[in-house]
Design a protein around this ligand. Sequence first.
Ligand SMILES: Nc1ncnc2c1ncn2[C@@H]1O[C@H](COP(=O)(O)OP(=O)(O)OP(=O)(O)O)[C@@H](O)[C@H]1O
Ligand SMILES: C[C@H](N)[C@H](N)CCCCCC(=O)O
Ligand SMILES: [Mg+2]
Length: 222
Amino acid sequence: MNTYFITGTDTDTGKTVAACAFVQSLVKREKNVAVMKPVASGCYWQNGQLVNEDALNLMQHSNTAFDYDRVNPYTFEAAIAPHIAATDNGVVIEKEKLVTAVEWFHQQPIDCLVIEGAGGWQLPLAPGLRMPEVVKDINARVILVVGLKLGCLNHALLSLQSIRQEGCDVVGWIAVQTGPEPMPRQEENLASLRELLGTKELAYIPYVPTWSGKDLTVYFHK
Ligand SMILES: Nc1ncnc2c1ncn2[C@@H]1O[C@H](COP(=O)(O)OP(=O)(O)OP(=O)(O)O)[C@@H](O)[C@H]1O
Ligand SMILES: C[C@H](N)[C@H](N)CCCCCC(=O)O
Ligand SMILES: [Mg+2]
């Protein structure tokens, strides 16, 4: 059973797009793939429950079917930092609950579990708890999504350094063009990322309007 944790250089850097693309690529390799978005802020009400677009997108791309609550145990309506949303709701995000939720999936007949984080790598979850503490406990291997924008070189290097400092394994990185216009000097920035990160480039995902319905596996490198 492989557990992958998808983190990014920041919020809005293409983690969901890259995670769904990665799920597609695993499904194409005939793996049974489950997904999680364990902590989601920016949720809305649907049929009496709070749901999150990232979680729904991930579920739509996976080839297994699990209850929404299993995929997304912590839901917050406000699109703000999750630990602040939690405090507003009188909730404390607990490592135990998150680890138990992941371990439940480890008992299921699946080959891979793809987990999307929230925000960037060092996301605070509660007083004294940050997301890397959870990632370490579930033995997930990490994929870093780099949203191509000015500043991404520094953010990518800091993220990679911190992932390694936490003792986590890095599978590689995925570059994502998140807007219709490429960033200034995008090709040179990509070349710099390749040189500076020195870890496997798994994919380069260009801007793909209405990406959710499309085959994104073509953007993965062999
Ligand atoms: N390659 C792309 N093609 C088209 N749209 C994209 C692409 N990458 C990102 N987007 C759009 O940019 C926005 C941010 O991307 P995304 O939701 O994947 O970021 P994220 O890192 O998952 O953010 P969050 O921290 O909220 O989970 C979304 O509206 C998404 O649809
Ligand atoms: C609401 C947003 N789209 C994300 N889900 C949450 C981003 C939290 C970022 C926290 C931070 O590092 O400042
Ligand atoms: Mg997302």
